[in-house]
Design a protein around this ligand. Sequence first.
Ligand code: EPU
Length: 785
Amino acid sequence: MTKESDLSEVPVRPKDELAKFLTRETHRIHLIGVAGSGMSGIAGLLIQLGHTVSGSDKLESQETKRLERLGLKFFQQHRAENAVDADLVIYSSAIKAENPILKMAREAGKPAVRRAEALAAIMSAKHGILIVGMHGKTTTSAMTAHVLREGGLHPSHYVGAEIPILGTNSHWDHQGEYFVAEGDESDGTIALYHPEHTLVLNIEEEHLDFYPDLAAIEKVFRQLLGQTSGKIFYCADEPNATRICGSSGRVICYGFSDESDYRAVEIDLRNFESRFCVYAGKAKLGEVTLSVPGEHNVRNALGVIALASELGVPFEKIVTALTKFRHARRRFEIKYDSPRFLLVDDYGHHPTEIKATLKTARSVGRKRVLTMFQPHRYSRTKAFRKEFGQAFDEADRVVITDIYGSSESPIPGVTGQMIADEIAAHGHRGVSYQPRLDWVHRDIGNMLDSGDLVLSLGAGNIHEQLSILAADLVIAENLKEIVGQDGDVRLYEPLAKHTTLRVGGPAQFWVQPRNEQTFAELIRFCRRENLPLFVIGRGSNLLVRDGGLRGVVVHPSGGDFNRIDIRGHEITAGAGVKLKEIAYAARSADLSGLEWMEGIPGAVGGGLRMNAGAMGSQTFENVISIRYLDLEGNPHDRKRDELEVHYRHFPLLESNFAVSATFRGTPSNREQIEARLNESQEKRRTTQPIAKSAGCIFKNPGSCPAGKLVDELGLKNSAVGKARVSEIHGNFIVNDGGATATEMLQLIDRIKKEAKAKRGIELETEVQIVGESEAGQAGPNRTGI
Ligand code: EPU
């Protein structure tokens, strides 16, 4: 952070002179770090005040784009030559002393001031109202500006975030007398203001990277109070605010207690609004309906009511304005709302804010509250580690990711894991740590169950994870509508749970239809929405890469897909029926010829798709007809002689989807069938591993069985990580527990290279390899959506 001492040589204009320079004259002014939420507000004010404004930032933002349309000359680089003509330079606290523009200004003797100095000077041209406190100042300053505006006072304003109801984060109104601003206490600059009125929301330990302790914070606040010429409003429910403000003269306090000058009673918090009754002393002013949730906002509104009333705004106007007021962005901002799910984003990053926000989330009345939290700043995370540990009691599940450093450098040992451990040590059972920010939405998404409220918390970029989840949830809900009550839809389902090899990243959308009609609708939906569609049966011949599968992964199982009908010598089975079950169904009907299926771990769909085989037989030797859906979702029935089939390959199902197949058996006696089943079992037991595998990895090349070849190459038991060639059968790679797809693929590659180099044989994989390459896999437990 920029220390004041670094910049001591930069000449600063006396306050009144700066106020005149900024509000009664027009100049060329350059802002360093103009994309920040605070700096862009100043740029907006200066443009409205008639200055020629330029600004530089390493990032372009929505705000800089908006301001460019109003006249800002924006540079996406800090270059001294872009500010040489400026009469004044204003810089953000995030700007370091070695910034080229700041250096140039210093060397050229050009005046340079901090953001808060400029703001304090602009404010001094009007009757200033400063809103301060550790929590809630953006909401409250926006609420104040809105209420005064509705009350006809034409206030100017400056708040630290985009406020939809105010239009912009700052506004200069030439007509009005008041200027409402949010004061930032984080760097001590609130001591620069000389407002007419000050509203103190709360005071507690925060920003311990700047302040040594609470006493230092108190000192700065006391200075501000001493510089306030009019009234001081403070929340009487806040002990520090009461202690620090209570002793000043001209104070007006508000809160829930009887001693407050303005107080709220009969508080009724419901879904997204609060109702309460306001008293000023003994006089009942009336009822208020507030459209932003949470008890803390009732207090914030009371502060605004006290202030606006003292400025003469009629109570009825205040009430109408408060009911209309909507939140600042990232303050309990609803990102997605359906009868089944509610996704909310909040900027909360201090333990007190987190507790208040979780309390609000809980009061909304959904079944569970799932939270993703990104700690903000190493210094804060370190200072409040214990308090963070106790802040999540109201959340059912918490996923903690790593710290958003802002402008800070890491502090060794201070990590998101540390906070997750504190929460667990405090006794929370639903906390987990996800070091990869870009996977947080997956962890939470995979836990989702109907009735959940999901909350993203933090001042960094965690809200982007919630936005991704919200976008995917829109599709997931459409899919759910298609499959209905019986079907199942899950987000980010780990495919390692659905493949016999037990590796593979998540499926973006995992869908289980129960009948042909919904399967067909899913196909049409994916086509319309341009979503990739992939079908997984038993996942027995599948190697999914660690990045998982994008799009919709359909798992036809249950319902019609698990039906077996036996008619005479024919067995019709749905795509989800295990081949093994067909072998046993055939036995019960005294039909022979299907015993080999006992040894195949897959289901009908997969068996058809790859013309699976064992014991010298293969699927299509028994098939008499199949039913499938085409790319438009239309059903077709085809007889065996209409189908082109190869060794381990059935082209038709590369772009169509199996629904069912009819197999023919030969009448035989039970003992013979039993004997053949036993022979198959015995062969499997003695020649194949029982460990987790995908069956044979390679197709048998013409010259020599692949297993024999691998064996002869001496590769049995060779391993990459937890992926190992079985010592029992050379064509099986087994998962020794926790293997990754990357390890599997490396081992496959090694075998292929050896076979080519030593025997001149090109091995071809029999196992189907799909998905995106990326290390790792999706989150822990899941429930259905
Ligand atoms: N062999 C070795 N060393 C080994 C493995 C095999 O010398 O490590 C020898 C065997 O002794 C035998 C020959 O290689 O002489 C063939 O082995 P096996 O009889 O086990 O048959 P396979 O061709 O390796 C095929 C199917 C299996 C099926 C079995 C049993 C393929 C690629 N594999 O294996 O199917 O279970 O027959 O019928 O066609 C699968 O496709 O996933 C699968 C497991």
